[in-house]
Design a binder for this molecule. Structure first.
Ligand SMILES: CCCCCCCCCCCCCCCC(=O)SCCNC(=O)CCNC(=O)[C@H](O)C(C)(C)COP(=O)(O)OP(=O)(O)OC[C@H]1O[C@@H](n2cnc3c(N)ncnc32)[C@H](O)[C@@H]1OP(=O)(O)O
Length: 788
């Protein structure tokens, strides 16, 4: 981009947030400055960056794909697999034997045709004219339902700088809405950056829309690579792999949604590694010198996609995308208003540097593997003239098994990206209001109370280095946020000041504004969806608070401020906090892969000490521990220090220094903060508790997974109906599924395919270790204790 265009474009905003630019206003400003004639001329042929964009090319790489060694070798493999084997009849160069070698060319032709077909169904065909036209249309249409599309100027400069390098940019956004990819391409286009090729699930290949998507950079992939479970579709994998590699080789930018679909809960989902593995593979194969990875978070005041996620959280089936469905959705969107959007581009980082980074060099073995793989690979490619997939030893989509070490590398990078976009996202005003309403003010609050909490929350968020996506006075912002969220999420009404709800003496006779969240099923999921955006800000502190509560629940009464002395052991809290994180591993990403969980938990505990919720004290075993539960822990602690077996005889003589923590809930500030931190995770704990306490009852015998999940979901629904559920959102299907996955991962449950059934039913069983009632009860008690 030329300096002139850049400076014209980046207009200086005189708002209270000078770093933030609104794409619409910049466009208007640019046009205004250009004068009338230019405005008219630009009107159709425009947009801001048309000059810069015209010099960018988007080549069709289909020919290179079909000629590639990988495709040729896979065609060969597939053809050979199709020819029935028989001993001793014929032998080709890799020593396989065939009944009828004459079938081979025929099979090859068949697979070649199939590869062509797969590629033509997959590939994008970016048209510069279509981009221009769409950008022009979007500048007009988006304003119907959005107030602003905000970006951070500094972030855009960083992306532009990265784009000036010769390396492809890989945009990896958090996926919330169908507007995500539109907005990312729209912004990049307007900033003169080469628009990315975007991986779209083939469910979006719907008439008209599908063709537009292709012209704007979409290429279509299967959401499940293999059509038949357990049978790899080698040719499809090779076509996808090669297509992506050729795009990267041609210097094209890419975008894909690493979570594999839109979030149903508002939280980030566990990332998938398939497409990312192709990017890493391209670097490993030496096809790509480097690439810039850019996590992106797109934050909406109101989500455009309606409340599709509510159905799924209630256990109903996903609705299929259709042409009419898409038209209806567009119409609905145009007829409503969705406030502001803020798009955050995280700092681009070099893939090469990441893989060689300090954190990675810690894992010497892994690094050595990567290096030796890369070296051996380049050597193999240089020396080998054989027809085999390039890099077949290590190929992710080729015919070979992906080595575990390599999978871990991809997984780590994927998690790093997710952690980055979650923890760099801007918190919008609707998220803040929803978050306060599900935590501090679940029963509702007067405007004045909300204002106080809102200002407190804003301070907490900014203090932790996160940004908020609004300016203005809290009362105005709160009322605006409530209006944007709508009546089905927050009820807003006036109450007379002398009403018992209002209760403020100095405002008797006047009207007070009262806000009440909708916490019943199914609407509570919408409230929770918005609230989820702020959980990451308090996650680690909330884990510590929940664990402290779990450890001290017998002595701790959190219904009111109390001055009772309650002590917990520092190490027990740390140990149980790690266990809690393991249990919630599919809900949240607690730390990036290069950071130790223990360190993060310690610093969260330090925060609670700073807030004076906890007070640290040095103590000795015999003086502090008297009851049997604590004594048990003391024994464990002693043995973990590799001390002699701790016995009651030695109790009087041995003095072991250890840390205990006093829980201080005697000050309103500390008490309120502690309660607030508990409410952040409480609905999740309730869901997990529902699952674990059903284990003994349901799994006396093994049970098909679907039936197990369905029964637990029904139990959760019944609890809400009977009025015994503390949090209606504990029925969340996603949460219950995650709980089962976590229990499988920590080896409480085992899931296997039952070969005795015709269709190999996925079946759940209790692991042997937990068949002992005592052991299972211990585990259930731990979660029970953490429940509010
Ligand atoms: C100005 C104008 C503006 C207008 C502007 C408009 C823009 C117009 C663009 C439209 C654009 C629409 C965009 C829609 C948005 C979606 O449609 S989002 C949904 C589609 N996208 C995605 O799903 C992307 C993320 N998903 C993935 O990466 C998934 O892995 C895949 C590729 C879909 C495959 O999923 P899967 O079949 O479930 O398989 P999965 O277990 O993930 O693994 C498959 C293979 O990947 C490899 N793999 C997986 N994990 C690993 C790992 N950790 N390490 C190494 N290899 C791995 C292995 O080879 C594995 O095979 P196996 O060896 O295990 O057999």
């Amino acid at each position: 981009m030329t300096e002139e265009v850049k400076s014209n474009w980046l207009y200086q905003e005189s708002t209270s947030k000078p770093d933030i630019a609104d794409v619409f206003r910049e466009y208007d400003e640019y046009r205004r400055r250009k004068g009338y004639l230019a405005r008219v001329c630009m009107s159709f042929s425009c947009t801001l960056q048309s000059r810069t964009q015209s010099s960018i090319t988007y080549p069709d790489v289909a020919k290179q794909v079909m000629k590639s060694k990988r495709i040729q070798a896979t065609l060969d493999t597939c053809a050979r697999q199709d020819c029935p084997k028989e001993a001793t009849t014929f032998s080709l160069d890799n020593e396989e034997e065939f009944e009828d070698p004459k079938q081979l060319p025929e099979k090859l032709a068949f697979h070649m045709k199939r590869a062509n077909h797969l590629l033509s169904k997959m590939k994008a065909g970016i048209s510069l004219s279509l981009l221009k036209l769409t950008s022009w249309v979007l500048h007009r249409v988006l304003r119907y339902f959005l107030s602003t599309v905000q970006v951070h100027k500094g972030q855009m400069e960083m992306v532009q700088k990265a784009a000036e390098s010769s390396h492809p940019l890989i945009f990896l956004p958090h996926h919330r809405s169908h507007l995500d990819y539109v907005v990312v391409t729209f912004i990049l286009y307007n900033y003169g950056i080469k628009v990315p090729h975007v991986a779209a699930g083939d469910n979006l290949m719907i008439p008209v829309f599908g063709s537009f998507m292709r012209g704007l950079g979409g290429y279509f992939i299967r959401r499940k690579l293999d059509k038949v479970e357990g049978k790899k579709d080698l040719l499809y994998r090779a076509v996808l792999h090669t297509y992506m590699q050729e795009l990267l080789r041609a210097g094209q930018n890419m975008e894909f949604f690493i979570e594999g679909g839109r979030t149903r809960s508002g939280k980030a989902a566990a990332p998938k590694g398939g497409l990312l593995s192709v990017v890493i593979d391209s670097y490993m194969d030496g096809l790509l010198e480097d690439a810039y990875i850019i996590p992106v978070s797109i934050n909406y005041e109101k989500i455009l996609d309606g409340t599709f996620f509510i159905r799924e959280q209630m256990g109903e089936q996903k609705i299929k995308e259709t042409f009419w469905g898409a038209l209806k959705a567009v119409w609905r969107v145009l007829m409503s208003h969705y406030g502001n959007i803020r798009v955050d581009f995280a700092q681009p980082f070099s893939l090469k540097e990441y893989l060689q980074s300090a954190q990675y060099t810690n894992m010497e073995a892994r690094k050595e593997n990567l290096e030796s793989r890369r070296n051996s690979f380049s050597r193999a490619r240089r020396s080998s003239g054989k027809l085999r997939p390039s890099g077949s030893l290590t190929s992710l989509y080729g015919t070979d098994v992906v080595v575990e070490d390599q999978r871990q590398t991809v997984k780590d990078l994927a998690q790093h990206v997710v952690y980055t976009f979650v923890n760099s996202s801007t918190i919008m005003c609707t998220t803040m209001l929803a978050f306060l309403l599900v935590t501090k003010h679940r029963k509702g609050a007067r405007l004045e109370e909300l204002v106080q909490s809102f200002e407190w929350l804003k301070e907490e968020i900014t203090f932790r280095g996160r940004d908020v996506g609004f300016v203005g006075r809290a009362p105005t912002v709160i009322q605006y946020a409530a209006d944007v969220l709508g009546d089905n999420v927050v009820k807003k009404y006036s109450v007379p000041a002398d009403d018992s709800l209002a209760g403020s003496e100095d405002s008797i006779g006047t009207e007070l504004m009262y806000f009440e969240p909708v916490t019943c099923l199914p609407d509570v999921f919408e409230l929770r969806y918005y609230a989820s955006g702020a959980i990451s800000v308090f996650l680690m502190e909330s884990i510590i608070a929940t664990t402290v509560y779990g450890v001290a629940s017998d002595d701790l009464d959190i219904r009111h401020i109390s001055t009772t002395d309650v002590f917990v052991s520092h190490d027990e809290v740390m140990e149980k906090a790690q266990r809690l994180c393991a249990l919630l591993q599919y809900e949240f990403l607690f730390v990036p892969p290069c950071t130790s969980l223990g360190t993060e938990l310690s610093s969260a505990m330090d925060k609670l000490i700073t807030y004076e919720i906890l007070r640290e004290e040095e103590s000795s075993l015999h003086s502090a521990y008297t009851d049997s539960r604590e004594m048990q822990w003391a024994k464990r602690f002693a043995s973990s220090l590799k001390m002699q077996e701790y016995s009651s005889d030695e109790e009087e003589e041995e003095e072991v220094a250890f840390k205990k923590l006093q829980v201080l809930l005697d000050e309103p500030d500390c008490y309120n903060r502690f309660n607030f931190l508990l409410t952040v995770l409480a609905p999740y704990i309730e869901s997990y508790w529902i699952v674990v306490q059903s284990l003994t009852r349901l799994l006396k015998e093994d049970m098909p997974e679907n039936e197990f999940l369905g029964t637990i979901h029904q139990i959760a629904l019944d609890r809400v109906e009977d009025g015994v559920a503390e949090f209606a959102e504990s029925v969340s299907m996603e949460c219950l599924k995650n709980a089962i996955k976590a229990l499988q991962s920590i080896k409480v449950l085992e899931i296997y395919y039952d070969t005795k059934t015709v269709e190999f039913t996925k079946t759940v069983s209790l692991c042997d270790k937990y068949r002992e009632e005592e052991r299972l009860n211990d585990f259930i008690d731990f979660i029970e204790d953490c429940r509010m």
